[in-house]
Design a binder for this molecule. Structure first.
Ligand code: ZN
Length: 487
């Protein structure tokens, strides 16, 4: 009897304790949307120690309470394709709702150095793939200059590698994956000398490590041989042969007028059981290095554009043949906007159910600052071609599921559920808008009121919080258990 009383007392004590439980942060009364469970309802969210601990209709008490009435509370957006890893880019990404921005298309040339440079200095979570392009450039005798990710066009990009060189590339990539690379990033168009076998060999290496391949495919446009259809066939073939998971980056800007056909190829591959995924950004222009092999002779015929469709981001200058030749032959990396797509194609690609949103962001292009808000403003609110739930799915859950191919940490992201990482965006669905343009590419978006990264507010009442750097490394399986940010 006495024991029972003691038990009941303890139970009562515990209940009282729970009622008084303080959270680090409470997001109160917002419209919580979680695409995985389908939740779309007013809830209070309690955050403690970097995790979502409670999602409930109960009143929760917190050291900081954010009132989110009338606002959407969703898992923070995950950008699988972000080149600009500097602080200015991170700030505009945060104001665009992004809590994780990864360099996966091409990859950092030196994974360990990349991770070290960002440790303790990152607003949002970060990570990178191992760069095939960089490993190949080093092995073929033209290592990338510091601070660049794309090689200048030349023999090292245009010639095939010998079997010994392929082995050396493999060795380098193994070391990069050991250092925490999340995938192998393959910018095939930037190293046209890479043979079909080299592509297969790199996919084999990824498969051996149980990691995916992210690829900017070999070619764009309709001219055969070398069409975008051929390029999709090549990488899907390599995935089928090797078993590597394959992620095709920016299908819109590689496939252009054939984007829907390319999407049907991805759909077909998936229907045959292959792990093939893809992404797009909501703009008609791309941006790349004008001295890269993407502009090797024949680019005008392939892309169906001319010199004047290339525009310098800083000045708005449209190139001429003479100016193009000068920049293409230069050793200095100059970014150039490439106006090769149409609004009609982009408007068909973005709502496609297989397409996740990724920005391909870097300074100079408005996609760096505006991609996510633009999808919400133009496709959810404006055209009404995507539901709010599906837009959030494309921007958080689908990329998190992709990330799971690289690390179990992906399972804690892209979801607003108890036990998941507290990476949360709170925005006003009625007003969220991109403001970046080709003329003013770094104008931050409006409408993101709060952004929580690993439990820490980095955007508070629409403003960047100074001096907080809660961003953590997300590492590939090679470093499981070894690195900071492992959860
Ligand atoms: Zn690309």
């Amino acid at each position: 009897m006495r024991r029972l009383i003691l038990f009941l007392c303890l139970l009562g004590f515990q209940t009282a304790l729970m009622a008084a439980q303080q959270y680090d942060l409470v997001i109160e009364g917002g419209r919580v949307i979680d695409p995985e469970t389908g939740l779309d309802a007013v809830r209070n969210v309690g955050v403690r120690n970097g995790k979502v601990v409670r999602v409930s209709t109960e009143v929760l008490s917190g050291r900081r309470v954010v009132h989110a009435g009338g606002l959407v509370v969703a898992p923070g957006f995950i950008d699988l394709h972000q080149h600009g890893q500097d602080m200015a880019s991170q700030r505009v990404k945060a104001l665009d709702g992004v809590t994780t921005a990864l360099e996966l298309e091409i990859g950092a040339p030196d994974v360990a150095q990349f991770l070290k440079s960002k440790e303790g200095h990152s607003l949002i979570h970060y990570g990178t793939s191992a760069s095939h392009v960089a490993a190949r450039a080093a092995v073929l005798g033209a290592p990338l200059p510091a601070g660049t990710i794309l090689p200048k066009s030349g023999p090292a990009t245009d010639l095939p590698a010998t079997p010994e060189q392929i082995e050396a590339i493999r060795q380098r990539l193994r070391a990069e994956l050991d250092a925490g690379g999340l995938a192998i990033g393959m910018g095939i168009q930037y190293v046209p000398g890479a043979t079909r076998l080299e592509v297969i060999d790199m996919c084999r290496l990824a498969a051996e490590r149980g990691l995916p391949v992210y690829t900017h495919m070999r070619s764009a446009g309709r001219v055969e041989p070398g069409s975008s259809i051929e390029a999709v066939s090549e990488v899907i073939g390599a995935a089928a042969i090797t078993g590597a998971a394959l992620h095709i980056v920016h299908i819109n800007s590689t496939c252009l007028r054939d984007s829907l056909e390319c999407l049907s190829m991805v759909e077909g591959a998936r229907a045959r059981g292959l792990d093939v995924t893809t992404e797009a950004y909501p703009y008609i222009a791309g941006m790349t290095a004008v001295n890269s092999a993407l502009f090797n002779p024949g680019w005008r015929e392939k892309l169906g554009i001319d010199y004047g469709d290339l525009v310098l981001p800083d000045t708005g200058e449209h190139l001429t043949k003479q100016r193009f030749d000068e920049l293409h032959n230069s050793n200095a990396t100059q970014w150039v906007l490439v106006f090769a797509n149409t609004q009609e194609i982009v408007d068909k690609v973005i709502p496609h159910p297989l397409v996740m949103i990724a920005s391909d962001g870097a300074e100079g292009h408005p996609r760096n600052a505006g991609t996510y808000s633009r999808v919400l403003a133009q496709y959810v609110r404006g055209k009404g071609t995507i539901t709010l739930m599906d837009a959030i799915r494309k921007m958080s859950l689908m990329p998190a599921e992709m990330l799971e191919r690289s690390t179990p940490a992906g399972r804690q992201k892209g979801r607003l559920q108890e036990g998941c990482d507290a990476d949360i965006v709170v925005f006003d669905a009625a007003t969220i808008s991109d403001r970046s343009t080709f003329e003013k590419p770094m104008e931050p978006s409006v409408g993101v009121r709060y952004l929580v990264v690993g439990g820490t507010l980095v955007v508070d009442e629409g403003k960047i919080v100074p001096d907080v750097f809660p961003g953590r490394a997300i590492l590939g399986r090679g470093r499981v258990g070894a690195g900071a940010g492992r959860k």
